[in-house]
Write a protein that binds this ligand. Sequence first.
Ligand code: FES
Ligand SMILES: [Fe+2]
Length: 334
Amino acid sequence: MFLRPYWYVACASAQLGAAPRAARVLDQDIVVFRGDGGRPRALADRCCHRGVKLSLGRVTGGELACGYHGWRFDGGGACVHIPSLAPGRRIPERCGVPAFPCVEQDGYVWVWLGGGEGAPPPAPSIDGFAAHRWDQGSVEHQCAALKGLENNLDWCHPVFAHPWTHGQFYIALLRGLREQLLEMRVTPDGMTLRGPVREDGGAPGGRSTETLLSFTLPDRVEVRSLGGPSRRIVLHFVPTAPDRCRMEWLVARALPFGPRVRFRRDEPAILRQDRLLLESAERTAAEHGALGEHHVEADAPTLLLRRIVGWAARGEWEQRRASLPERRVVRVVS
Ligand code: FES
Ligand SMILES: [Fe+2]
């Protein structure tokens, strides 16, 4: 059900200081900590002595010491010290905990839980990360990651879901709802949705509010404004359980002042508006089962995203991609 052979955000770089940190990713409890030279490391969050969470321990000399009896583990998960052992006694054979590939890049600590032979591919970079200053945050969602992803390719919801927080709400307030054309495209690792466009795909002209939304497997959506003031949002919906996820958000600040990344503990109103709606839909599904959905043309981007994720989960994305039209224009009112 999870898309395993991918890198996932374990936490923001700003959240990983001197103490170890628990992170749930793909229904697994992991602990991340800064090992030798501050390099992030990821281990299973379960001490091999008596099962206590290693995230309750502390980091000493680049090693992670369990908070119960002080057994120490290196960045590769090997147990390297047991304080209770008398001189001359040896650490048991193969004593240790599973370790996972872990890297730090573009404001995040990434972990690979996909297994496989050899080294995993390079962690995904965030295009243009160094060119902006960002606000960053992390919000637990009581809904499946797929719901969060779908929501961000759902062009027609902001007018209703985001009163006073979203540009589309204000535009509709001033001009009323209008017919618009949107362009969906399939990409090698996901899809894009651009709008509003002309029938031939060109920009609409005038004072453009053209926006490009993109989905990249397994869990990233990005929002970019193509005309008007530059706007850049990067979201990751990290699955923490089949019906839970953690949204890691990055929003480029308009003014080029302050630190490169500023971590915020609050939940911006616009994100909270989405979360409450998505959690409501998740509860409905849990209480009443799949009642079915009715779809209209405006749901085409959401349904395409759902299909891409489904194929990727079954390992069929590469071969099925060719069956999709590369481009499709969708007509909506928004
Ligand atoms: S439970 Fe971890 S050292 Fe004993
Ligand atoms: Fe939204």
